[in-house]
Design a protein around this ligand. Structure first.
Ligand code: NAD
Length: 249
């Protein structure tokens, strides 16, 4: 990318795998635009990262945050100086997501809209606003879930929303291939994130996973870099399942 800084957008960066991904990318030298509904600040490798308060369901908020960051405005969250060399986007990691339980018996129209708005529309909003700023060779990495492929009881809407993410990853891969932007997804199984810990089901889950444990957020985050990097240069439209063998039975 010449003299341009490599900028990565990470959504859901205040917690769990989004935060781990933001940390990993900063350590690799990326300039990170960290977006989350929640504003927070954390230190990594001596760099202070602040999430910009953006709701991914609000396309105008996403657009403004990207424009401010690329213009070098101080309001943009950055791992580098507020102004400096021109920036262009090399990576979008769509990680923000919600996973409230739902069944046919208890779902509401409001919950349906919330789950699909954050998990599906959010991916589309951020990708649509990012792509015009992306150079050839850029990558989009979406977060799906094993629940897109196998049934987690009580995750009716969530599973359907993540299946949508798997399919839109393929659709976007085809649409963006002429621009040489690759689009792939990660489908984690159980990961020890704060959101997941709150379910209280992690110990029981670990016992049933063939590799005998849940994943650490950092080992999932690592795959964002792999999918954005040269080793995945011929890969697009795919979803990588990282479940410790949970979905092969
Ligand atoms: N934890 C798991 O085991 C697991 C498994 C499979 C898939 N996933 C998926 O991975 C992703 C990350 O999961 P996690 O467990 O690290 O999540 P988490 O709950 O720890 O963090 C999610 C972050 O997304 C943010 N967020 C939620 N709605 C938002 C919105 N509208 N706009 C902006 N930010 C918003 C939250 O504030 C939070 O900081 C999600 O898409 C989730 O569905 C998680």
């Amino acid at each position: 990318m010449g003299s341009e800084a490599r900028t990565a957008i990470v959504t859901g960066a205040a917690s769990g795998m989004g935060r781990s991904t933001a940390e990993a990318l900063v350590e690799e030298g990326w300039d990170v635009l960290a977006l989350d509904r929640v504003e927070t600040r954390f230190e990594v490798a001596g760099v202070s990262v602040r999430t910009v308060a953006v709701d991914v369901t609000r396309r105008d908020e996403v657009r403004d945050a990207i424009a401010a960051h690329l213009a070098g405005a101080p309001s943009g969250t950055t791992s580098g100086p507020a102004s400096g060399p021109a920036k262009s986007l090399g990576l979008v990691a769509n990680i923000a997501g919600i996973y409230p339980p739902s069944t046919l018996g208890d779902f509401t129209e409001d919950l349906y809209r919330r789950v699909f708005d954050v998990n599906v529309l959010g991916v589309l909003n951020v990708t649509a606003e990012a792509v015009p700023h992306m150079a050839e060779g850029g990558a989009v990495v979406n977060f799906a879930s094993v629940d897109a492929f196998t049934v987690s009881p009580g995750q009716l809407l969530y599973g359907a929303s993540k299946a949508a993410v798997v399919m839109l990853t393929k659709e976007l891969a085809l649409e963006l291939a002429p621009r040489r932007i690759r689009v792939n997804a990660i489908a984690p199984g159980w990961v020890s994130t704060p959101g997941n810990a709150a379910t209280g089901r992690m110990d029981a889950a670990a016992a049933s996973i063939p590799l005998g444990r849940v994943a650490r957020p950092e080992e999932i985050a690592r795959w964002v870099s792999i999918l954005a990097g040269p080793d995945a240069a011929f890969m697009t439209g795919e979803t990588v399942v990282l479940s410790g063998g949970d979905v092969i039975r």
